[in-house]
Ligand binder design. Structure first.
Ligand code: ATP
Ligand code: MG
Length: 196
């Protein structure tokens, strides 16, 4: 666990809006970044870097993304000594072998459960994890049970479109990214450093 000084002792810490009266509690959060707009994974990376900056133990577990992918965030993580594991098969909606994608996602989820329960990490990102739930490969209720059973101060961030309603209900912080414009619609290629 982290040895850096906690946020409440940091003169620069922003307490945020105080809409609730009475004592405020300290707890690990379940955070969901969902919606059709760009920025879900990027926002999770932002938190990873922020927590890493505080000396917290962080890990990013990527579903869907191929284990041989070498995206900018994976290169950054390697340089920074942040653990990042891509364990997908590059699944797309056009993926031919859905049974294999499902099997891989289930196996990956089993590893994630062990990591979540271990208490070895302060922040755990399950990137693109909404898809295995949305497609019914991983049972959403089982995920919620695993989140409920996790050690108190563990933060878990789940990204991806179509977050299941039950997960949204259970989560502490849910942000929905909306598309206003995307360069893809203008025929602009994915730009390195921005998209991957
Ligand atoms: P990012 O990883 O850039 O934060 P994201 O996690 O929000 O994006 P995903 O749903 O994981 O987005 O989609 C992955 C890729 O698809 C990204 O390269 C992103 O730019 C692209 N994308 C996201 N939204 C749209 C959209 N509305 N139209 C076209 N491409 C999109
Ligand atoms: Mg993403």
């Amino acid at each position: 666990m982290s040895t850096d000084k906690p946020a409440e002792q940091d003169a620069q810490a922003e307490p945020g809006p105080q809409s609730v009266t009475g004592p405020r509690i300290n707890k690990g959060l379940v955070i969901v970044n969902t919606g059709k707009g760009k920025g879900k994974t990027t926002a999770a990376m932002g938190v990873v870097v922020r927590a890493w900056g505080r000396g917290m133990k962080v890990i990013m577990l990527q579903f869907i993304k191929h284990s041989t992918a070498n995206f900018g965030e994976q290169r950054a993580a390697q340089k920074m000594g942040i653990e990042m594991r891509a364990m997908g098969d590059g699944f797309t909606w056009r993926s031919k072998d859905l049974d294999q994608s499902a099997e891989l996602a289930r196996a990956h989820w089993e590893d994630c459960k062990t990591i979540i329960a271990s208490g070895d990490y302060d922040v755990i990102v399950l990137d693109e994890f909404t898809y295995p739930m949305h497609y019914g490969w991983v049972d959403t209720e089982e995920v919620i049970e695993a989140l409920k059973a996790r050690p108190d101060m563990v933060h878990v961030i789940i990204t991806g479109r179509n977050a299941p309603e039950a997960l949204v209900e259970y989560a502490d912080l849910v942000t929905e990214m909306n598309v206003v414009k995307h360069p893809y619609q203008e025929g602009i290629k994915a730009q390195p450093g921005i998209e991957f």
